[in-house]
Design a protein around this ligand. Structure first.
Ligand code: AHR
Length: 503
């Protein structure tokens, strides 16, 4: 089987937004507690942050971090998480049926982000149980320099300078019936419009994300986007997309082609944005924030929340999916899909960062390790952060799927950096067949330095675990051949993800 990509630097798609390599830290299970924050852990610093996790977060190349939820935010009172730690209350977290101790809050997050290399905070406000007033309070607390009740409270709590948070999510998944304070599109659109306008009265240049659909398959999908954007269009900058994929009824072939759904989702949402924009004759541009995406085995036991009026555990083991080599190939393919759409997607967050459907896992009191999905994310961030994505000129043989029909067997995209280097990312979605992949490069490309890394395992279910932490990693792909003055070929094994770096 065969595929060919033509790399032409004259055909730029768009610069890759710094925010494309975002992640997500929710107060959920062990993402925060015993994930990033564990006072008493052998590697914990004076603030209780695990240094082993900080090191892995840096290696992962994460840029923005969305916080504090997720479903959690729809019942969250941000004030509980600031001030002296011994005065912070325990609260019920209704989203995940847990006890929130509030030992970690906004100040801790801001401090942690400084230690991970200055990542940008993307803060969500609660539009489930709360509304305009509480959103304004949080904004005053976070962004007003001094001289008012809440800005002075922040200073008294140890943050002299404002947090200056630029990007804000107006609630989370408000279209989902599971969401605390779930609303219909009209009610949510009106609320989001008034919150957006109010927040801008305080800080006009904020970048605001309005909730789109929780998945492409929501019954209200499409209509939801149009109604919400009709209310909010000129006051928001992004509409969110969320998508989680898993094999359905063991259908691995369709699962490997999940990028086809993500691609369609992006183009459908962008059409809705453009439809509203043209109807309103607006010059204002709204983009997509794909602020939750990943593989998630939602139906599995690990995803079930605790139950019972007397059972609200602290930081329980929740959503601790163990990812396989095949899952990593899908994550790599989804990253390629995001890169192919960087003209429409200006922000994205892998959900989530640590322990909860995460690339990084930890043992309480013990070690931290990389899941299989860590590798495609880290290498894509390394080569594509700061790059320009090129228009994908790809021809590929097809592979058959039940869900999407015949799809391109090879999915690929090229990016170029200002130093002239080119990186091609490619996935082979076929379950059985390897692909001969040809890359036609610009004539002036120096083919002397080529590095090809592939993630592939003959056992596609192989995974990294506490006891075998490095079972699945990247391997150098030695099949690369220079075929002509500016043509390369690489063999892409079945179920594989590859990065080809030239320069
Ligand atoms: O990331 C896990 C959950 O998935 C989030 O809390 C929610 O927004 C989504 O449904």
């Amino acid at each position: 089987q065969h595929a060919k990509l033509v790399v032409d630097k004259a055909f730029e798609l768009s610069p890759v937004s710094d925010r494309l390599f975002g992640s997500f830290v929710e107060h959920l299970g062990r993402c925060v507690y015993s994930g990033i924050y564990e006072p008493g852990h052998p590697t914990a610093d004076a603030d209780g942050f695990r240094q082993d996790v900080i090191d892995l977060v840096k290696e992962l190349g994460v840029t923005t971090v969305r916080y504090p939820g997720g479903n959690f935010v729809s019942g969250y009172r941000w004030e509980d998480g600031v001030g002296p730690a011994d005065k912070r209350p325990n609260r019920l977290d209704l989203a995940w049926h847990s006890t929130e101790t509030n030992q970690f809050g906004l100040h801790e997050m801001a401090k942690w982000l400084e230690k991970t290399g200055g990542n940008e905070l993307m803060e969500a406000v609660n539009l489930g149980t709360r509304g305009l007033e509480e959103a304004l309070d949080l904004l005053e607390y976070a962004n007003v320099p001094s001289g008012t009740k809440l800005s002075e409270a922040r200073r008294a709590n140890g943050a002299d300078k404002p947090f200056n948070i630029r990007m804000w999510c107006l609630g989370n998944e408000m279209d989902g019936p599971w969401q605390l304070g779930h609303k219909n599109a009209d009610d949510y659109g009106k609320l989001a419009a008034s919150v957006a306008a109010g927040m801008r009265q305080m800080d006009p240049d904020l970048e605001l994300v309005v909730c789109g659909s929780s998945s492409h398959s929501m019954e209200t999908f499409g209509q939801w986007e149009e109604t919400v954007l009709d209310h909010t269009y000129d006051n928001v900058d992004f509409v969110s997309c969320h998508a989680y994929y898993q094999p359905e009824n063991g259908d691995m072939a369709s699962f490997l082609a999940s990028g086809v759904d993500m691609d369609g989702f992006i183009s459908d949402v962008y059409s809705a944005i453009e439809a509203v924009r043209s109807r309103r004759k607006s010059n204002h541009k709204v983009y997509i924030s794909f602020d939750e995406w990943n593989v998630w085995y939602q139906g599995c036991e690990a995803s079930r929340s605790p139950e019972g009026i007397d059972n609200w555990p602290q930081a329980p083991h929740l959503l601790e999916d163990v990812y396989s080599a095949a899952d990593a190939v899908v994550v790599g393919d989804l990253l390629i899909t995001l890169l192919r759409n960087v003209d429409k997607v200006k922000s994205a967050s892998l959900a989530q960062l640590v322990n909860v459907i995460a690339p990084i896992m930890t043992e309480p009191g013990g070690s931290a390790w990389r899941q299989t999905t860590f590798y495609p994310f880290a290498l894509t961030a390394k080569y594509a952060h700061g790059a320009v994505a090129l228009q994908p000129k790809l021809e590929s043989d097809a592979t058959a799927t039940k869900k999407f029909g015949d799809v391109d067997m090879v999915n690929a995209v090229a990016v170029t950096q200002s130093d002239g280097s080119v990186t091609v990312f490619a996935s082979n979605r076929s379950l059985q067949t390897s692909a001969h992949f040809e890359i036609d490069l610009p004539e002036d490309t120096d083919l002397k330095r080529i590095d090809v890394q592939t993630l592939h395992e003959d056992d596609i279910y192989a995974a990294n675990t506490k006891d075998e932490q490095n079972r699945v990693t990247l391997h150098r792909n030695d099949s690369v051949k220079v075929e002509g003055r500016h043509t390369l070929s690489v063999d892409l094994p079945a179920v594989s993800w590859t990065a080809i770096h030239i320069g």
